[in-house]
Design a protein around this ligand. Sequence first.
Ligand code: AR6
Length: 187
Amino acid sequence: MNTFRIGRTSVSVFIGDITTWAGDIIVNAANSGLLGGEGVDGAIHQAGGPSIMEECMEIRKSKGGCPPGHAVITCAGKLRAKHVIHTVGPIWEGGGRREEETLADCYRNSLQLAVEVEARSIAFPNISTGIYGYPKGPACDVALKAVTTWLEEERPDLRLERIDFVCFSPENEQLYVEWLQRYAEER
Ligand code: AR6
């Protein structure tokens, strides 16, 4: 199963390059300095052009950056989205340093920001599962639990119609599809 609906919002899983996704908000797996980097962060800045980094630098000046678990918003430059939300996942250190809570916060705080700008659609990459080394299975569990729980809370005014998980590897896609399948069966 690659799509599941909760209320008026569909949660879907795709495989692909998030920089080509068309919708309101692309989420970036950034670092606390908002300085750009490799992985999906590098791809977003490269495809979106310099205006995204200019806004990141403004946020650095005013707020000092973005701590793990938090999220900030900028323009999306040349991307086919309206905004980029930059969130900072935890670096995996074995699981005893609140990595799970921090990763769940990334999803919740990004969704909260998306609601504040009245977004109708948002795309997430698999935060922390690349350079930050979070094991893919547990990260999938945290991501989908955080998002489905957030959606299950009563949100009468929610305008969000689409939450897409854009996986880069078949392994991640498979994990997400299987998770949604189990979730649908248990519901
Ligand atoms: N589209 C979708 N997913 C992607 C793409 C893409 N174009 N490119 C990579 N991924 P990572 P992190 C997947 O390393 O682990 C940066 O240097 C990738 O396969 O991008 O949170 C930042 O500046 C993986 O599943 O982010 C930070 O310093 C997922 O995106 C640090 O890396 C996340 O991998 C953040 O590390």
